[in-house]
Design a binder for this molecule. Structure first.
Ligand code: CTP
Length: 419
């Protein structure tokens, strides 16, 4: 499995804020994803953290000075700007924002940003009042207009003791933004609805029926779709996973609650991917009070839950929405026959069948191996892959199935040309 940032150079631009201690970790995290990290520090940043710290951790020299010239053929701001696949400014102080907004190339960091063509992500971090000052707000508006991506600072207790917005965001959100800038945005303009995880069907306040799903596959689908530019709505059964950044996550518990959420958002979705392991049955007569051991019936009467995907398949026959309907099938035998049956019966465009008889695929595993069957009779066996890689293959297939694919591409490229 190739790391997501293999062969990429990320330029980390650090300016003088106490938050610099956090970006030391970010540099390490970028390297874990396979990136080469080149750090540029402003003079003020070096007062908070020694350049040696970044140099030792990234294994790369740190640049601080416009005029430090190790090689007569290399002009630092131009050669650094050329190397960058993505520029991450974190923390970005009020002064750095002002410099960039006004085109002041009077230090190495702003000169590099101005000379670069790579995408620029800015994480402002400063005192709340400085952030809210009209000068800073006007500079942020200007920088957005330049096409720089600004990640809104988080609220909380600041190092100066004040409460409010101004803190650096969580790394997970920054990482997703970096990854998105390096990917084709081939789901831009699409809304996708993904379900994930198990459902719980209550017998009484203490007991429920559920299954072994952990939600990893559905969450991987949500993350990868967001990275590719989609608006993502994730309907999640109970899991221990953190909600993916920039994804609209709705938590539900039962199959009935999941159905309500899917029905509510089904019409706005271009694609629905039901990766959830929805319980097929629920206890027929759940009780409000906890059942005593002696009162427990020897056999448990069950009632069928409604089949959400089947309902959406029926709805699609009438309204044509969602344009692409995708199911998952967990099978332990007859994968192709069972997959084809479900594809046909539920009026699906695509089904991803996985063999749950192996520990390295399906429930709880970090890897998966799925067989993709589409409504045109095409069948494709994917190799054993990480769940995010599997998810990307599923999205590739879904994109090819959008009925307005060429129209959509034309409209989007027209829009892009106009900008
Ligand atoms: N599904 C659903 N609602 C249910 C049960 C399943 O929407 N009540 C969806 C799942 O999210 C999945 C697909 O249907 O995308 C297939 O689920 P699976 O459990 O494999 O199939 P079933 O139709 O339940 O058939 P069986 O249990 O007989 O294999």
């Amino acid at each position: 499995m190739q790391p997501l940032l293999a062969n990429k150079t990320i330029l980390l631009g650090v300016s003088g804020s106490i938050a610099v201690y956090k970006t030391v970790d970010w540099a390490r995290a970028l390297m874990r994803d396979g990136a080469v990290v080149r750090t540029i520090m402003t003079e003020a940043a070096t007062r908070f953290m020694a350049p040696l710290t970044f140099a030792a951790l990234t294994g790369q020299p740190v640049n601080t000075d416009m005029f430090q010239q190790a090689d007569a053929h290399q002009i630092p701001h131009i050669s650094l700007a050329r190397q960058a696949d993505c520029i991450l400014l974190a923390p970005a102080t009020a002064t750095t924002l002002a410099r960039l907004a006004h085109g002041l190339a009077d230090n190495l960091l702003s000169a590099v940003v101005m000379a670069a063509t790579a995408p620029v992500i800015i994480c402002p971090a400063m005192n709340t009042k400085m952030l809210q000052h009209p000068a800073t707000q006007a500079n942020l508006t200007t920088l957005r207009r330049f096409g720089y991506l600004i990640i809104e600072p988080e609220s909380g207790r600041m190092a100066c003791g004040e409460e409010g917005p101004g803190r650096l965001p969580e790394w997970d959100q920054v990482r997703e933004t970096v990854l998105a800038t390096l990917r084709p945005q081939d789901l831009a303009g699409r809304t996708v609805l993904v379900s994930a995880g198990p459902t719980r069907e209550h017998l009484d306040p203490a007991r429920f029926l559920s299954n072994r799903s952990t939600g990893k596959m559905g969450y991987a689908l949500a993350r990868t779709a967001r990275r590719r530019g989609a608006r993502v709505i994730l309907v999640s059964g109970p899991t221990h996973l953190a909600p993916p950044p920039m994804v609209e996550t709705m938590r539900v518990e039962t199959a009935a609650e999941m159905e309500l959420a899917i029905l509510a958002h089904g019409k706005e979705a271009d694609a629905l991917v039901m990766a959830a392991a929805v319980a097929d049955h629920r206890p027929a007569s759940p009780t409000k009070a906890k059942l005593k051991k002696q009162a427990m019936p020897p056999t448990l009467p069950l009632a069928a839950t409604s089949d959400i995907l089947r309902t959406m398949g029926e709805q699609k026959k009438k309204s044509g929405r969602p344009a692409v309907l995708v199911g998952f099938a967990a099978e332990s035998s007859n994968l192709t026959t069972e997959g084809q049956r479900k594809l046909r019966d539920k009026n699906l465009d695509l089904i991803a069948v996985n063999d749950i008889g192996h520990p390295d695929r399906g429930f709880a595993a970090d890897t998966n191996q799925v067989l993709l069957l589409d409504r045109f009779g095409t069948s494709r066996q994917l190799p054993l892959l990480g769940k995010e890689e599997t998810a990307d293959h599923v999205w590739d297939t879904i994109i090819a199935l959008f009925p307005d694919r060429d129209q959509g591409l034309r409209a989007r490229s027209k829009k892009a040309n106009k900008k």
